[in-house]
Design a protein around this ligand. Structure first.
Ligand code: DP6
Length: 324
C-alpha cells in the first residue's frame, strides 16, 4: 500500500486570492519554507465498491472532508481511466492540536500516495500542479526547503505549479507561537474569496505580490536577512490589511497576535535576526537563525495567551515511504 509523507509550509510571501476557484489557480505567486516539525502521513489502499473511505487520525470521516478527498481522487482516476475506490488513512503529526493548517501537508501527501495507488507517475512539477487542485499551499509542500509558487495563466492550468529555490543562502528556522485557540473566524478558502470580491485594496495587493516575490528571491539568493525580514513582514501585514478591508472585514489577529508581533520586532531592533509572519489564524510564526531559536522561544513564551511554541527547521519534500 503506498504511503507518503509530506510537511506543512509557512509562506513568507503570501497567497491570498484565486484567478480560478474551479481550477484553484492563484492570482499571484507565493514563496514558502517547508517545515520539518509539521507532517502528514497518508496511506492509499484500493478497496472494493464505488465509494472512497477516509480515516483521519484514526477516526472514520464522512461529509465535506470525504467529498473533498473523493473529488481530488477523481482527478487522478480521470487521468488513468480508472473507477478504483480507495481507503485513505491520514495521520497528522503536529505537536499540538491548535488548529494549525494541515491542508498543505494533507493534499501533498494525498497527491503522492493517490497517484501511486492508481498507477499514475507524474513529474514533481505535474504532482505539484495536481496537489494545487486540493489546496493552493499544498503545491508548495511537494518540495522541501524554500519554494516558489507560480500563478500560471487560467487557460494553462498545468503552468501553475511550485518549484524549489535551490540556492537560498539564509538558514531559517521557525518558532510558532501557538495562541490558545480562539474560534476560527473564517477558513482561508472562503476568506480569500470574500476578500477578492469585496476588498477595495485587493488589486493593489495582487500587484504588490509580484514585486515582493522578485525582491524576496533576490534577498534569499544574496543572503540579505534584513531585506527578507522587511519583505515577509510587509507581505503578511498587507495580506491581513486586505482581508480586514473586506466587507464585512475579516480579522484573524487576536490581542496575543499583536503582542507577539511587537515582541518579535523588539528582538530584531535589539539585534536578534528574527521576523514574523501570520497565516489565516491568530498564531505568530517567528522566523529566525538556528542559533537564536532558544532566545526567540523564551521571549514568545512570556504571555499567558500563548499555549506553547513549536520549533521547526526546514523540511523535506513529499516522499513515498519505502517498502509499504
Ligand atoms: C494565509 O492553500 O489554505 O496560508 O487553495 O483555498 O486551499 P486553498 O487555500 P490555502 O491558503 C493559504 C493561505 C495562507 C497563505 C499561504 O499559505 O500562502
Amino acid at each position: 500500500m503506498p504511503t507518503a509523507i509530506a510537511h506543512a509550509n509557512i509562506a513568507l510571501i503570501k497567497y491570498w486570492g484565486k484567478a480560478s476557484a474551479a481550477l484553484n489557480i492563484p492570482e499571484a505567486g507565493s514563496l514558502s519554507l517547508t517545515l520539518e516539525a509539521l507532517s502528514t502521513r497518508t496511506t492509499a489502499s484500493p478497496i472494493d465498491g464505488l465509494s472512497d473511505r477516509l480515516t483521519l487520525d484514526g477516526q472514520a470521516v464522512s461529509g465535506r472532508p470525504l467529498s473533498r478527498v473523493s473529488a481530488f481522487l477523481d482527478l487522478i482516476r480521470a487521468e488513468v481511466g480508472s473507477k478504483q475506490a480507495l481507503h485513505i488513512q491520514s495521520d497528522n503529526h503536529f505537536p499540538t492540536a491548535a488548529g494549525l493548517a494541515s491542508s498543505a501537508s494533507g493534499f501533498a501527501a494525498l497527491a503522492l500516495a493517490g497517484t501511486e495507488a492508481l498507477g499514475l507517475r507524474l513529474s514533481p512539477q505535474a504532482l505539484s500542479a495536481l496537489a494545487r487542485r486540493g489546496s493552493g499551499s499544498a503545491a508548495r509542500s511537494i518540495f522541501g526547503g524554500f519554494v516558489r509558487m507560480h500563478a500560471g495563466p487560467v487557460d494553462a492550468e498545468a503552468e501553475s505549479y511550485a518549484e524549489p529555490i535551490e540556492d537560498a543562502k539564509i538558514p531559517l528556522h521557525a518558532v510558532i507561537a501557538v495562541a490558545k485557540s480562539g474560534p476560527k473566524t473564517i477558513g482561508s478558502t472562503d476568506g480569500m474569496e470574500a476578500t477578492r470580491l469585496t476588498s477595495p485594496y485587493h488589486g493593489a495587493w495582487i500587484s504588490q505580490v509580484g514585486r515582493d516575490l522578485t525582491a524576496a528571491e533576490a534577498a534569499l539568493r544574496g543572503g540579505d536577512f534584513e531585506a527578507l525580514a522587511e519583505l515577509a513582514e510587509g507581505s503578511c501585514l498587507a495580506m491581513h490589511a486586505n482581508a480586514m478591508a473586506a466587507r464585512p472585514g475579516i480579522v484573524y489577529f487576536q490581542g496575543v497576535t499583536l503582542w507577539a508581533i511587537e515582541t518579535v520586532r523588539a528582538l530584531r531592533a535589539a539585534g536578534t535576526p528574527v521576523f514574523f509572519t501570520v497565516d489565516a489564524g491568530p498564531h505568530v510564526v517567528a522566523m529566525t537563525s538556528p542559533e537564536a531559536v532558544p532566545q526567540v522561544e523564551a521571549a514568545l513564551l512570556g504571555h499567558e495567551g500563548i499555549d506553547g511554541v513549536i520549533r521547526s527547521g526546514p523540511g523535506l519534500g513529499a516522499r513515498l515511504v519505502p517498502g509499504q
